[in-house]
Design a protein around this ligand. Structure first.
Ligand code: AMP
Ligand code: GLY
Length: 459
């Protein structure tokens, strides 16, 4: 089979890595991919939102299955477009993707179907929001309705801060049209867990739970990020708790989507808050989590492609069970200086050669820079640190091994940072402590200017 993976993050690198292990697979492409992915797959320079170009590529290359990593193309309807052209694609339709694309849609669905979630109100103007705030006590949880690259949730400790945030959303339009509606939600205390399930709309196959570290700094301080680390399994999630999550949340959500004729097919990610034996839904994502996917793929024993095909062909009931390695997996994200507000890019990355066999380095924002003017005479795109990743060339499928000093073995190009989150160092260990030790000792062999990571992941 020929597989196309859409995306360029650590999640997609982990998916490509696992897909390459499938006996069903002959060739893997990624659009646009990153430097790490280009070691395993042929990268094509098409962005995730160029749906027509992606479809044309899939038709021309006779791609047997397309796997969509990020939410944006899903919300834009990539699945509907591919299906209309007779192409197989893993992910929910545009209408089903509203579960992530509109928080108001998701919250109303949960409420209507009695699925546990914090109490809330959807507001449409600054004045309406301000009036509603007077009925609440802090902390105030304010969520932009639409997609906001993980920055759309603000938790405010004081009313004046909440009003300020609402003014920025409604008046200054910091989230653009994603902030035309806002969900104001009850604050919950507890432990968070991400539970992902594969579903074809009729059958659910639940994956092992994972935990994500959203805050930038140790001890969960600092701003929210896309995720600074993760691990799986999660000891506080007992099998009884998992049963309740399936029974009270996942199954009713799939039924609810069927009942409104938006059947959900793909992977459903529930971001949950657990307090005692009570679980409530904080959010749904309509795709694999990043960085939860990195430890999950290292622990998954079953053939991912067979599972995805079963979803796409609506034959998930024929899968007996999903097999997992019993070991723990831990992922620590190394980010660029200035992440998440203003990540600096273009710094040369050095990666040591001696990673243990249980360690994988999943790339996120990485690329190969063109040779520097000192060595080749070509103008360097990185003479002045660029603000955007635009000047970076994505290589297509050629051998891209790189040396200790970051130079690629295929012609002097250097591995450089090209985004906020750069590497997700992930290891399997007999338990969480051992996986964590392997990750942190591997990290000592990596460096780039301003590299930043949390030291308390999975502690
Ligand atoms: P979301 O994108 O909705 O998952 O929100 C991002 C993060 O904000 C979550 O992972 C939580 O850490 C936090 N959060 C969201 N909603 C709530 C809530 N109702 N109470 C407490 N924390 C929340
Ligand atoms: N790790 C959070 C997310 O993927 O949205």
């Amino acid at each position: 089979m020929k597989i196309l993976v859409v995306g360029s993050g650590g999640r997609e690198h982990a998916l490509v890595w696992k897909i390459c292990q499938s006996s069903l697979v002959d060739k893997v492409y990624a659009a646009p991919g990153n430097a790490g992915i280009s070691k395993l797959a042929q990268c094509i320079p098409v962005s995730v939102t160029e749906i027509d170009k992606l479809k044309e590529f899939a038709l021309n290359e006779k791609i047997d299955l397309t796997v969509v990593g990020p939410e944006l193309p899903l919300v834009q309807g990539i699945v509907d477009e591919f299906l209309a052209s007779g192409l197989k694609i893993f992910g929910p339709s545009r209408l089903a993707s509203e579960l992530e694309g509109s928080k108001a849609f998701a919250k109303n669905l949960l409420k209507q179907h009695g699925i546990p979630t914090p109490s809330f109100k959807v507001v449409h103007s600054f004045e309406e929001a301000k009036t509603y705030l007077t009925k609440l006590s802090p902390p105030f949880v304010i969520k932009a309705d639409g997609l906001a690259s993980g920055k759309g949730v603000v938790i405010c400790q004081r009313k004046d801060m909440a009003e300020d945030t609402l003014a920025k959303i409604f008046k200054d339009k910091i989230f653009g049209s994603a902030g035309e509606k806002v969900v104001i939600e009850e604050f919950l205390d507890g432990k968070e867990v991400s539970v992902l399930a594969l579903t074809d709309g009729k059958t659910i196959a639940v994956l092992e739970p994972a935990q994500d570290y959203k805050r930038l700094m140790d001890n969960n301080q600092g701003p929210n990020t896309g995720g600074m680390g993760s691990y799986s399994p999660v000891p506080f999630v007992s099998s009884r708790l998992m049963d309740n999550i399936v029974k009270d949340i996942l199954v009713p959500t799939i039924h609810a989507m069927n009942s409104i004729e938006r059947p959900y097919r793909g992977v459903l990610y529930a971001g949950l808050m657990v307090a005692g034996n009570k679980v409530k839904v904080l959010e749904f994502n309509v795709r694999f989590g990043d960085p939860e996917t990195q430890p999950l793929m290292m622990r998954l024993k079953s053939d991912l492609v067979a599972l995805m095909l079963a979803v796409v062909e609506q034959k998930l009931d024929r899968i007996e069970e999903i097999e997992w390695h019993n070991e723990s997996a831990v992922c620590v994200v190394i980010a660029s200086q200035g992440y998440p507000a203003n990540p600096k890019i273009g710094d040369v990355i050095e990666i040591g050669k001696r990673m243990g066999k249980d360690v994988q380095i999943f790339h996120s924002g990485t690329a190969f820079s063109c040779p520097s003017p000192l060595r080749s005479g070509n103008p360097s795109p990185f003479r002045h640190p660029p603000l955007r990743p635009a000047p970076v060339r994505v290589l297509g499928g050629i051998a891209s091994r790189y040396n200790r000093d970051g130079t690629a073995q295929n012609g002097g190009e250097k591995l450089v940072t090209a985004g906020g989150r750069v590497l997700g160092v992930t290891a399997l260990g007999k338990d969480r402590t051992s996986a964590r030790e392997k990750v942190y000792s591997a990290i000592k062999q990596m460096s780039f200017n301003g590299a930043y990571y949390r030291t308390d992941i999975a502690k």
